[in-house]
Design a protein around this ligand. Sequence first.
Ligand code: MF3
Ligand code: CO
Length: 296
Amino acid sequence: MKMIKVTKKLRNEDICWCGSGEVYENCHMNSDKKIELYRKKNHVVPPRNIIKTPVQLEGMRKSSIINVAVLDYVSANIKIGMTTEEINTMVYEKTIAMGGVPAPLNYEGYPKSVCTSINEQICHGIPSDKVQIIDGDIVNVDVSTILDGYFSDSSRMFCFGNVSPEMKKLVDVAKECVELGLQQVKPWGFLGDVGQAINDHAKANGFSVVREVGGHGIGLKFHETPYVSYVTRKGTDMLLVPGMVFTIEPMINMGTDEIYIDEYNGWTIYTDDGMPSAQWEIMVRVTEEGHEVMAW
Ligand code: MF3
Ligand code: CO
């Protein structure tokens, strides 16, 4: 007879599936049992392949160090008058110099090493030597790195010259949204707790939240399960379990939450009303006690 995929059941004294070398009983056994209880109560639970092993976390940590260093380098050098192509060059050169590879480059046909999204561009702005940063612009620089097959991803906003108070507030609120979402990241919480904290804060400030683009699990691939939404409710969506790593990257709009995608390049997403949008992105790990920010 032929057998299709059957899950292996570990015994207490077996070596744990996670590669720690510990016996199952002293490693992931209790966590696995707890997950099973939530699954039986019809909660969405993480598949085992997104619970990172110690070796994978080490690789992701090294990748994240490059990602953060590249963003620090951009922070130190970005200025008015620069083209977004120049930002692309900085990201490419710094990433390569540190031994990494820019994850966006050639990703599903994406042509550049970084995303640079200005004002009404929500995300996936493509660097160009024809686009110059001018006074009053708000710009998101979204950096992602591959090192030894491990992915990292984070982004920051930059304000140039005389940014209007309303736009400055948008940038600040988007950052606060990430911080409030982050506070909800703890084992045996839910992804919906993160989503609601973010959504509530954006709405309380009179802003809207993009629904169609969200965060993602990350590690062995650029984009893994789960999809991290910011329109979910507390107590719903995927159970948070130690060893999960995902991004929190809400896109907050000053006006409508309606969006459209650039017809010509197939990548860049804009606000439908042309009003500005802001985004910060962090990469976070669920720990036994709470969380660890891996990249910002
Ligand atoms: N860095 C983006 C994210 O946060 C992904 C960009 S994909 C690209 O998920 F191809 F546009 F780079
Ligand atoms: Co991301």
